[in-house]
Design a protein around this ligand. Structure first.
Ligand SMILES: Cc1ncc(COP(=O)(O)O)c(C=O)c1O
Length: 437
Protein backbone atom coordinates (compact mmCIF):
# COMPACT_ATOMS: atom_id res chain seq x y z
CA UNK A 1 0.00 0.00 0.00
CA UNK A 2 1.31 3.41 -0.93
CA UNK A 3 0.98 5.72 2.02
CA UNK A 4 1.89 9.38 2.02
CA UNK A 5 5.09 9.57 4.06
CA UNK A 6 4.78 11.46 7.32
CA UNK A 7 6.46 14.82 7.45
CA UNK A 8 9.20 14.78 10.08
CA UNK A 9 8.27 17.10 12.94
CA UNK A 10 4.66 17.24 11.85
CA UNK A 11 3.81 17.88 15.55
CA UNK A 12 1.03 15.33 15.30
CA UNK A 13 2.53 11.90 15.92
CA UNK A 14 3.78 12.64 19.44
CA UNK A 15 0.79 12.49 21.79
CA UNK A 16 2.22 14.86 24.35
CA UNK A 17 1.95 14.46 28.14
CA UNK A 18 -0.26 16.91 30.08
CA UNK A 19 -0.62 19.02 26.94
CA UNK A 20 -3.50 20.44 24.98
CA UNK A 21 -2.50 19.19 21.53
CA UNK A 22 -4.62 21.80 19.81
CA UNK A 23 -3.22 24.71 21.80
CA UNK A 24 0.34 23.45 21.38
CA UNK A 25 0.04 23.10 17.63
CA UNK A 26 -1.38 26.58 17.37
CA UNK A 27 1.66 27.97 19.25
CA UNK A 28 4.46 25.40 19.34
CA UNK A 29 7.22 26.12 21.83
CA UNK A 30 10.35 24.09 21.12
CA UNK A 31 13.81 23.89 22.66
CA UNK A 32 16.80 22.80 20.64
CA UNK A 33 19.63 23.29 23.13
CA UNK A 34 20.41 23.90 26.79
CA UNK A 35 23.39 24.96 28.86
CA UNK A 36 23.60 25.89 32.53
CA UNK A 37 20.51 27.90 33.45
CA UNK A 38 19.43 28.64 29.86
CA UNK A 39 17.49 26.97 27.08
CA UNK A 40 17.92 27.84 23.41
CA UNK A 41 14.66 27.80 21.48
CA UNK A 42 13.99 26.68 17.90
CA UNK A 43 13.51 30.40 17.25
CA UNK A 44 17.16 30.97 18.26
CA UNK A 45 16.25 32.84 21.47
CA UNK A 46 17.85 32.13 24.85
CA UNK A 47 15.51 31.79 27.79
CA UNK A 48 16.17 31.47 31.51
CA UNK A 49 15.10 28.04 32.70
CA UNK A 50 13.12 29.14 35.73
CA UNK A 51 11.83 25.60 36.21
CA UNK A 52 15.07 23.59 36.13
CA UNK A 53 13.61 21.47 33.34
CA UNK A 54 10.67 20.23 35.39
CA UNK A 55 12.14 20.58 38.90
CA UNK A 56 14.97 18.28 37.89
CA UNK A 57 18.10 19.78 36.25
CA UNK A 58 19.68 20.66 39.57
CA UNK A 59 23.28 21.01 38.37
CA UNK A 60 22.22 23.01 35.33
CA UNK A 61 21.97 21.73 31.79
CA UNK A 62 24.64 20.02 29.73
CA UNK A 63 27.18 19.27 32.43
CA UNK A 64 30.17 17.74 30.58
CA UNK A 65 31.05 15.24 33.33
CA UNK A 66 27.58 13.75 33.26
CA UNK A 67 27.43 13.69 29.46
CA UNK A 68 30.78 11.94 29.22
CA UNK A 69 29.88 9.34 31.85
CA UNK A 70 26.74 8.41 29.90
CA UNK A 71 28.69 8.17 26.65
CA UNK A 72 31.38 5.98 28.23
CA UNK A 73 28.83 3.67 29.79
CA UNK A 74 26.87 3.26 26.54
CA UNK A 75 30.06 2.07 24.86
CA UNK A 76 31.07 -0.30 27.69
CA UNK A 77 27.82 -2.01 28.76
CA UNK A 78 24.66 -0.71 27.15
CA UNK A 79 22.22 -2.89 29.05
CA UNK A 80 21.95 -5.70 31.53
CA UNK A 81 18.94 -6.36 33.72
CA UNK A 82 18.96 -6.82 37.49
CA UNK A 83 16.48 -9.69 37.94
CA UNK A 84 18.64 -12.11 39.91
CA UNK A 85 21.80 -11.06 38.10
CA UNK A 86 23.43 -7.68 37.91
CA UNK A 87 26.17 -5.28 36.93
CA UNK A 88 28.53 -3.44 39.28
CA UNK A 89 27.56 0.08 38.31
CA UNK A 90 23.98 -0.30 39.62
CA UNK A 91 25.36 -1.41 43.00
CA UNK A 92 27.79 1.49 43.01
CA UNK A 93 25.01 3.97 42.23
CA UNK A 94 22.82 2.49 44.99
CA UNK A 95 25.53 2.69 47.62
CA UNK A 96 26.38 6.25 46.61
CA UNK A 97 22.69 7.12 46.90
CA UNK A 98 22.20 5.66 50.38
CA UNK A 99 25.39 7.43 51.47
CA UNK A 100 23.44 10.68 51.11
CA UNK A 101 20.73 9.51 53.50
CA UNK A 102 22.07 8.31 56.83
CA UNK A 103 19.71 5.79 58.37
CA UNK A 104 18.53 4.48 55.02
CA UNK A 105 20.26 1.29 53.95
CA UNK A 106 18.67 0.23 50.65
CA UNK A 107 17.30 1.89 47.57
CA UNK A 108 14.94 0.11 45.17
CA UNK A 109 15.62 1.56 41.74
CA UNK A 110 12.89 2.63 39.31
CA UNK A 111 12.76 4.77 36.17
CA UNK A 112 10.59 7.66 37.27
CA UNK A 113 8.98 9.37 40.20
CA UNK A 114 5.61 7.79 39.44
CA UNK A 115 7.16 4.34 39.54
CA UNK A 116 8.96 5.21 42.76
CA UNK A 117 5.67 6.20 44.40
CA UNK A 118 3.82 3.07 43.30
CA UNK A 119 6.80 1.00 44.43
CA UNK A 120 6.78 2.66 47.86
CA UNK A 121 3.07 2.01 48.23
CA UNK A 122 3.56 -1.65 47.36
CA UNK A 123 6.52 -1.93 49.74
CA UNK A 124 4.36 -0.46 52.53
CA UNK A 125 1.55 -2.94 51.93
CA UNK A 126 3.93 -5.88 51.59
CA UNK A 127 5.89 -4.82 54.69
CA UNK A 128 2.82 -4.96 56.89
CA UNK A 129 1.68 -8.25 55.34
CA UNK A 130 5.13 -9.78 55.92
CA UNK A 131 4.87 -8.85 59.60
CA UNK A 132 1.44 -10.41 59.97
CA UNK A 133 -0.42 -7.10 59.81
CA UNK A 134 -2.05 -7.62 56.43
CA UNK A 135 -5.18 -5.76 57.54
CA UNK A 136 -3.26 -2.51 57.03
CA UNK A 137 -4.47 -1.58 53.57
CA UNK A 138 -5.39 2.11 53.80
CA UNK A 139 -2.94 4.46 52.10
CA UNK A 140 -3.29 8.10 53.05
CA UNK A 141 -2.38 11.01 50.80
CA UNK A 142 -3.26 14.68 50.92
CA UNK A 143 -5.36 17.17 48.99
CA UNK A 144 -3.41 19.06 46.29
CA UNK A 145 -0.63 16.44 46.39
CA UNK A 146 1.07 15.26 43.23
CA UNK A 147 2.56 11.77 43.37
CA UNK A 148 2.81 11.07 39.66
CA UNK A 149 0.32 9.47 37.37
CA UNK A 150 0.42 5.72 37.88
CA UNK A 151 -2.60 4.14 39.54
CA UNK A 152 -1.17 4.18 43.06
CA UNK A 153 0.26 7.67 42.99
CA UNK A 154 -2.87 9.01 41.37
CA UNK A 155 -4.99 7.43 44.10
CA UNK A 156 -3.14 9.12 46.97
CA UNK A 157 -2.64 12.26 44.91
CA UNK A 158 -5.00 15.14 45.57
CA UNK A 159 -5.48 16.95 42.29
CA UNK A 160 -8.99 16.24 41.08
CA UNK A 161 -8.37 17.14 37.46
CA UNK A 162 -5.73 14.42 37.18
CA UNK A 163 -8.14 11.74 38.38
CA UNK A 164 -11.36 12.73 36.67
CA UNK A 165 -10.87 10.62 33.53
CA UNK A 166 -9.96 7.38 35.30
CA UNK A 167 -12.59 6.09 37.72
CA UNK A 168 -12.12 4.36 41.06
CA UNK A 169 -8.32 3.82 41.29
CA UNK A 170 -6.97 2.25 44.54
CA UNK A 171 -10.06 1.64 46.64
CA UNK A 172 -8.52 2.28 50.08
CA UNK A 173 -6.96 5.72 49.55
CA UNK A 174 -7.92 8.50 51.96
CA UNK A 175 -6.75 12.09 52.12
CA UNK A 176 -5.61 14.66 54.65
CA UNK A 177 -6.64 18.26 54.06
CA UNK A 178 -4.12 20.45 52.25
CA UNK A 179 -2.14 23.05 54.19
CA UNK A 180 -2.66 26.12 52.01
CA UNK A 181 -4.39 28.39 54.53
CA UNK A 182 -5.48 31.91 53.49
CA UNK A 183 -3.73 33.55 56.46
CA UNK A 184 -0.42 32.22 55.14
CA UNK A 185 -0.78 33.78 51.68
CA UNK A 186 2.47 35.73 51.98
CA UNK A 187 4.33 33.58 54.51
CA UNK A 188 8.06 33.44 53.91
CA UNK A 189 9.14 29.81 53.97
CA UNK A 190 7.30 27.63 56.48
CA UNK A 191 3.98 29.15 57.59
CA UNK A 192 3.38 29.70 61.30
CA UNK A 193 -0.08 28.14 61.33
CA UNK A 194 -1.45 24.85 60.04
CA UNK A 195 0.31 22.17 62.12
CA UNK A 196 -3.11 21.16 63.50
CA UNK A 197 -4.02 19.85 60.03
CA UNK A 198 -1.73 16.87 60.65
CA UNK A 199 -4.41 15.82 63.16
CA UNK A 200 -6.46 14.63 60.15
CA UNK A 201 -4.32 11.49 60.30
CA UNK A 202 -5.39 10.89 63.88
CA UNK A 203 -9.00 11.26 62.77
CA UNK A 204 -8.48 8.64 60.07
CA UNK A 205 -7.02 6.33 62.71
CA UNK A 206 -9.96 7.02 65.04
CA UNK A 207 -12.46 6.38 62.27
CA UNK A 208 -10.95 3.30 60.65
CA UNK A 209 -8.65 1.81 63.31
CA UNK A 210 -4.88 1.90 63.32
CA UNK A 211 -4.82 -1.78 62.33
CA UNK A 212 -6.19 -0.78 58.92
CA UNK A 213 -3.81 2.08 58.09
CA UNK A 214 -0.62 1.13 56.21
CA UNK A 215 1.09 4.40 55.34
CA UNK A 216 0.79 8.11 54.82
CA UNK A 217 2.58 9.78 51.95
CA UNK A 218 3.29 13.51 51.71
CA UNK A 219 5.62 15.74 49.79
CA UNK A 220 7.62 17.59 52.47
CA UNK A 221 7.05 20.67 50.30
CA UNK A 222 4.05 20.17 48.07
CA UNK A 223 5.37 20.98 44.59
CA UNK A 224 3.35 20.36 41.45
CA UNK A 225 0.11 21.15 43.30
CA UNK A 226 1.29 24.76 43.64
CA UNK A 227 4.31 24.92 46.04
CA UNK A 228 3.10 24.72 49.64
CA UNK A 229 5.81 24.56 52.30
CA UNK A 230 4.86 22.58 55.42
CA UNK A 231 3.52 24.64 58.33
CA UNK A 232 5.88 24.68 61.29
CA UNK A 233 5.36 21.55 63.38
CA UNK A 234 3.25 19.79 60.75
CA UNK A 235 5.72 17.12 59.65
CA UNK A 236 6.73 16.53 63.28
CA UNK A 237 3.11 15.89 64.21
CA UNK A 238 2.65 13.45 61.33
CA UNK A 239 5.75 11.57 62.51
CA UNK A 240 4.40 11.34 66.06
CA UNK A 241 1.04 9.97 64.95
CA UNK A 242 2.74 7.43 62.69
CA UNK A 243 5.00 6.30 65.53
CA UNK A 244 2.11 5.93 67.94
CA UNK A 245 0.10 3.77 65.55
CA UNK A 246 2.70 1.79 63.59
CA UNK A 247 1.95 3.64 60.34
CA UNK A 248 4.74 4.07 57.80
CA UNK A 249 5.60 7.64 56.89
CA UNK A 250 6.61 8.15 53.27
CA UNK A 251 8.14 11.40 52.08
CA UNK A 252 7.81 11.91 48.37
CA UNK A 253 11.03 13.76 47.63
CA UNK A 254 10.86 13.52 43.86
CA UNK A 255 11.15 17.31 43.72
CA UNK A 256 12.82 18.10 47.03
CA UNK A 257 15.51 15.41 46.80
CA UNK A 258 19.03 16.23 45.68
CA UNK A 259 19.52 19.65 47.10
CA UNK A 260 16.44 21.72 46.43
CA UNK A 261 16.15 22.67 50.12
CA UNK A 262 19.91 23.09 50.46
CA UNK A 263 20.40 19.60 51.92
CA UNK A 264 20.57 16.29 50.08
CA UNK A 265 16.97 15.56 51.09
CA UNK A 266 14.28 17.78 52.54
CA UNK A 267 13.81 15.47 55.52
CA UNK A 268 17.28 16.56 56.66
CA UNK A 269 16.37 20.21 56.27
CA UNK A 270 13.13 19.83 58.22
CA UNK A 271 14.59 17.43 60.81
CA UNK A 272 11.88 14.79 60.47
CA UNK A 273 12.87 11.33 59.25
CA UNK A 274 10.39 9.20 57.31
CA UNK A 275 10.43 5.41 56.84
CA UNK A 276 10.51 5.49 53.05
CA UNK A 277 11.64 8.20 50.65
CA UNK A 278 10.69 8.35 47.00
CA UNK A 279 13.07 10.22 44.71
CA UNK A 280 13.81 10.71 40.99
CA UNK A 281 14.47 13.82 38.86
CA UNK A 282 17.72 15.25 40.31
CA UNK A 283 19.04 11.70 40.78
CA UNK A 284 20.63 11.88 37.32
CA UNK A 285 20.25 15.62 36.80
CA UNK A 286 17.36 14.43 34.58
CA UNK A 287 19.72 13.19 31.87
CA UNK A 288 18.59 9.56 31.95
CA UNK A 289 15.31 8.54 33.58
CA UNK A 290 15.84 7.13 37.08
CA UNK A 291 14.00 7.03 40.37
CA UNK A 292 14.10 5.04 43.57
CA UNK A 293 12.65 4.23 46.97
CA UNK A 294 14.94 4.54 49.97
CA UNK A 295 14.15 2.23 52.89
CA UNK A 296 15.14 3.08 56.43
CA UNK A 297 17.54 0.74 58.20
CA UNK A 298 15.97 -2.55 59.15
CA UNK A 299 12.80 -2.19 57.09
CA UNK A 300 13.89 -4.71 54.48
CA UNK A 301 14.52 -7.31 57.19
CA UNK A 302 10.78 -7.94 57.24
CA UNK A 303 11.17 -9.41 53.76
CA UNK A 304 13.92 -11.84 54.75
CA UNK A 305 11.70 -14.40 56.46
CA UNK A 306 10.47 -16.41 53.44
CA UNK A 307 12.32 -19.19 51.58
CA UNK A 308 15.77 -18.07 50.43
CA UNK A 309 15.01 -18.97 46.83
CA UNK A 310 12.04 -16.61 46.61
CA UNK A 311 12.31 -12.94 45.58
CA UNK A 312 12.02 -10.53 48.54
CA UNK A 313 9.53 -8.47 46.62
CA UNK A 314 7.55 -9.55 43.56
CA UNK A 315 8.15 -6.23 41.91
CA UNK A 316 10.70 -4.62 39.59
CA UNK A 317 11.22 -3.00 36.22
CA UNK A 318 13.22 -4.20 33.22
CA UNK A 319 15.20 -1.00 33.52
CA UNK A 320 15.65 -0.91 37.32
CA UNK A 321 19.31 0.07 37.72
CA UNK A 322 19.81 0.62 33.97
CA UNK A 323 23.56 1.00 33.33
CA UNK A 324 23.20 4.37 31.59
CA UNK A 325 21.05 5.73 34.41
CA UNK A 326 23.45 4.34 37.00
CA UNK A 327 26.42 5.98 35.25
CA UNK A 328 24.54 9.26 35.00
CA UNK A 329 23.61 9.01 38.67
CA UNK A 330 27.16 8.46 39.88
CA UNK A 331 28.52 11.30 37.73
CA UNK A 332 25.70 13.56 38.95
CA UNK A 333 26.43 12.79 42.60
CA UNK A 334 30.13 13.52 41.90
CA UNK A 335 29.18 16.90 40.47
CA UNK A 336 26.88 17.69 43.39
CA UNK A 337 29.71 16.87 45.81
CA UNK A 338 32.67 18.40 43.97
CA UNK A 339 30.88 21.60 42.97
CA UNK A 340 29.10 21.94 46.31
CA UNK A 341 25.79 22.25 44.54
CA UNK A 342 23.61 21.71 47.64
CA UNK A 343 25.57 24.30 49.58
CA UNK A 344 25.13 26.75 46.69
CA UNK A 345 21.40 26.13 46.78
CA UNK A 346 21.37 26.84 50.52
CA UNK A 347 23.25 30.10 49.92
CA UNK A 348 20.84 31.23 47.18
CA UNK A 349 17.65 30.39 49.12
CA UNK A 350 17.75 33.78 50.91
CA UNK A 351 18.15 35.96 47.79
CA UNK A 352 15.52 33.79 46.06
CA UNK A 353 13.04 34.40 48.88
CA UNK A 354 13.79 38.11 48.88
CA UNK A 355 13.29 38.39 45.12
CA UNK A 356 9.96 36.55 45.21
CA UNK A 357 8.52 38.42 48.19
CA UNK A 358 9.67 41.70 46.65
CA UNK A 359 6.80 41.17 44.20
CA UNK A 360 4.20 41.55 46.97
CA UNK A 361 1.91 44.48 46.31
CA UNK A 362 2.08 44.28 42.53
CA UNK A 363 -1.35 44.17 40.85
CA UNK A 364 -3.21 40.87 41.09
CA UNK A 365 -0.57 39.08 43.16
CA UNK A 366 -2.63 37.18 45.75
CA UNK A 367 -0.04 34.87 47.29
CA UNK A 368 3.71 34.26 47.27
CA UNK A 369 5.19 31.02 48.63
CA UNK A 370 8.73 29.71 48.79
CA UNK A 371 10.92 26.99 50.27
CA UNK A 372 14.57 26.42 49.41
CA UNK A 373 14.90 27.02 45.68
CA UNK A 374 11.22 26.58 44.90
CA UNK A 375 8.61 29.26 44.77
CA UNK A 376 5.24 30.29 43.42
CA UNK A 377 3.60 33.61 42.68
CA UNK A 378 -0.16 33.26 42.59
CA UNK A 379 -2.22 35.61 40.46
CA UNK A 380 -5.84 36.62 40.90
CA UNK A 381 -8.22 34.61 38.77
CA UNK A 382 -8.98 36.25 35.44
CA UNK A 383 -12.03 34.49 33.98
CA UNK A 384 -11.52 30.70 34.03
CA UNK A 385 -9.17 29.16 36.58
CA UNK A 386 -5.78 28.92 34.91
CA UNK A 387 -6.38 31.66 32.33
CA UNK A 388 -4.19 34.18 34.19
CA UNK A 389 -1.49 31.57 34.68
CA UNK A 390 -1.48 30.56 31.03
CA UNK A 391 -1.35 34.18 29.85
CA UNK A 392 1.59 34.89 32.17
CA UNK A 393 3.42 31.79 31.01
CA UNK A 394 3.03 32.75 27.35
CA UNK A 395 4.10 36.33 27.87
CA UNK A 396 7.09 35.43 30.06
CA UNK A 397 8.18 32.84 27.49
CA UNK A 398 8.26 35.62 24.91
CA UNK A 399 10.24 37.82 27.30
CA UNK A 400 12.82 35.07 27.90
CA UNK A 401 11.74 33.40 31.16
CA UNK A 402 10.25 29.94 31.55
CA UNK A 403 7.89 29.40 34.48
CA UNK A 404 5.43 26.57 35.17
CA UNK A 405 1.79 27.62 35.35
CA UNK A 406 -0.17 25.60 37.91
CA UNK A 407 -3.68 26.97 37.80
CA UNK A 408 -3.00 30.67 38.33
CA UNK A 409 0.24 30.12 40.24
CA UNK A 410 3.55 30.61 38.48
CA UNK A 411 5.76 27.90 39.96
CA UNK A 412 9.53 28.11 39.75
CA UNK A 413 12.38 25.76 40.64
CA UNK A 414 15.54 26.97 38.91
CA UNK A 415 18.73 24.95 38.57
CA UNK A 416 20.49 24.97 41.95
CA UNK A 417 23.52 26.59 40.33
CA UNK A 418 21.58 29.79 39.76
CA UNK A 419 23.40 32.96 40.85
CA UNK A 420 22.39 36.34 42.19
CA UNK A 421 22.44 37.93 38.73
CA UNK A 422 20.01 35.45 37.20
CA UNK A 423 17.76 35.67 40.26
CA UNK A 424 17.66 39.46 39.79
CA UNK A 425 16.86 39.08 36.09
CA UNK A 426 14.01 36.70 36.92
CA UNK A 427 12.73 39.27 39.42
CA UNK A 428 12.88 42.06 36.84
CA UNK A 429 11.06 40.02 34.19
CA UNK A 430 8.32 39.04 36.64
CA UNK A 431 8.00 42.59 37.92
CA UNK A 432 7.80 44.02 34.40
CA UNK A 433 5.07 41.55 33.48
CA UNK A 434 3.05 41.95 36.67
CA UNK A 435 3.27 45.76 36.73
CA UNK A 436 1.97 46.00 33.17
CA UNK A 437 -1.04 43.70 33.62
C1 LIG B 1 6.37 14.80 44.24
C2 LIG B 1 6.31 14.08 42.94
N1 LIG B 1 6.13 12.76 42.93
C3 LIG B 1 6.09 12.05 41.79
C4 LIG B 1 6.24 12.68 40.58
C5 LIG B 1 6.20 11.90 39.32
O1 LIG B 1 7.44 11.80 38.73
P1 LIG B 1 7.57 11.37 37.20
O2 LIG B 1 6.98 12.46 36.39
O3 LIG B 1 9.05 11.19 37.03
O4 LIG B 1 6.84 10.08 37.05
C6 LIG B 1 6.46 14.06 40.54
C7 LIG B 1 6.63 14.76 39.27
O5 LIG B 1 6.69 15.96 39.20
C8 LIG B 1 6.47 14.78 41.75
O6 LIG B 1 6.62 16.10 41.77
Amino acid sequence: MNETPKIPNDLDSFWMPFTSSRAFKAHPRLHVGAKGCYYTGADGKERIDGTGGLWCCNAGHGHPRITEAIQRQAAALDFAHSFGQGHPIAFEAASRLVDLARGFDQVFLTNSGSEAVDTAMKIALAYHAARGEGTRRILVGRQKAYHGINFGGLSVGGIGLNKGQFGTLYPAALHLRHTNLPENAFAKGQPETGAHLAGDLQEIVDTHGAHRVAAVIVEPVSGAGGVFPPPKGYLERLREICDTHGILLIFDEVITGFGRMGTAFAYQHFGVTPDLITAAKGMTNATVPMGGVFARSGLRDAFMEGPETMPDLFHGYTYSGHPLAAAACIATLDVYRDERVFEKAAAMAGPWEEMLHGLKGLPNVVSIRNAGLTGAVELAKDGDVGAAGRAAYASLWDKGLIVRPIGDSLAMSPPLVIDQEIISTIGELLREYLAAR
